[in-house]
Ligand binder design. Structure first.
Ligand code: PGA
Length: 260
């Protein structure tokens, strides 16, 4: 079965509620006239404090063309964890996806593979879909350990999940040296690594799950790069940072991913 592509905008730590509302209204206006049957799944991940405003704007539109994601979740259900947000709190909104293990969270906030695995379990147990990020540093790439590093990140993230849970999850391959740098990873190389990720998924959860799981590319995706990326055999969409902060450029990326 063909995998439905996803274009997800990771807004990172940008935009208060009013600014988020303005951005989502802009995106809605841009995608309104597009043929729903040919659209990829469109996902936006605002900051926690903007989830309510964006959720409301999306519910009002009632078109179901755009889905809501959170950028993180804590794996404990509640308690003395100052500053954290639980899965139950994210269920106050129509949260469809949650990004976990983004390299910025691993790098600046000490997230480990074990924590990411716990988050994946909590997310799936609550009927939401994790977008599990992985990727190598420039140093790891130069040392030739990219594939081994990513295999470890993915195997640990998926530990203990059933084949069905893995099949519905999403992975984003984001080489760290390509994030926010304007240096997009060559599409054929991104496709090669994504095929490698699929082989790791197959080892962990079987062929059916490996064929079904959607694997995105992320790292300086722009309107000019998306067509070539989507033309690759194993790239099922994109996780977009900088270019998702402007309604026009995000919509252009969505258009570039239509009818794959
Ligand atoms: P970028 O970010 O598109 O700005 O490189 C991608 C990401 O970090 O998800």
């Amino acid at each position: 079965m063909a995998r439905k592509p996803i274009i997800a905008g990771n807004w990172k730590m940008h935009n208060n509620s009013a600014q988020s509302k303005e951005l989502i209204e802009g995106i809605k206006a841009n995608v309104k006239e597009l043929d729903a049957a040919k659209l990829p799944e469109i996902v936006v991940a605002p900051v926690f404090t903007s989830l309510a405003a964006v959720d409301e704007a999306l519910c009002q539109c009632g078109c179901g063309k755009i889905k809501l994601a959170a950028q993180n979740v804590y794996f404990e259900p509640k308690g003395a964890f100052t500053g954290e947000i639980s899965i139950d709190m994210l269920k106050d909104f129509s949260t469809s996806y949650i990004i976990i293990g983004h390299s910025e969270r691993r790098q600046y906030f000490g997230e480990t593979d074990e924590m990411i695995n716990k988050k994946a379990k909590v997310i799936l147990d609550n009927g939401i879909i994790p977008i599990i990020c992985c990727g190598e540093t420039l140093e790891q790439r130069e040392q030739g350990v990219t594939d081994a590093h990513i295999a470890k990140q993915i195997s640990e993230a998926l530990k203990g999940l059933s084949a069905e849970e893995v099949a519905k999850s999403v992975i984003a391959y984001e080489p760290i040296w390509a994030i926010g740098t304007g240096k997009t990873c060559d599409s054929t190389e991104a496709n090669r690594v994504i095929k490698h990720i699929r082989s790791v998924v197959e080892k962990e959860a079987g062929k059916e799950a490996a064929d079904a799981i959607r694997i995105l590319y992320g790292g300086s995706v722009k309107p000019e790069t998306i067509a070539e990326q989507m033309a690759q055999s194993d790239i099922d969409g994109a996780l977009v940072g900088g270019a998702s902060l402007k309604a026009d450029s995000f919509a252009d990326i969505v258009k570039g991913a239509m009818a794959k």
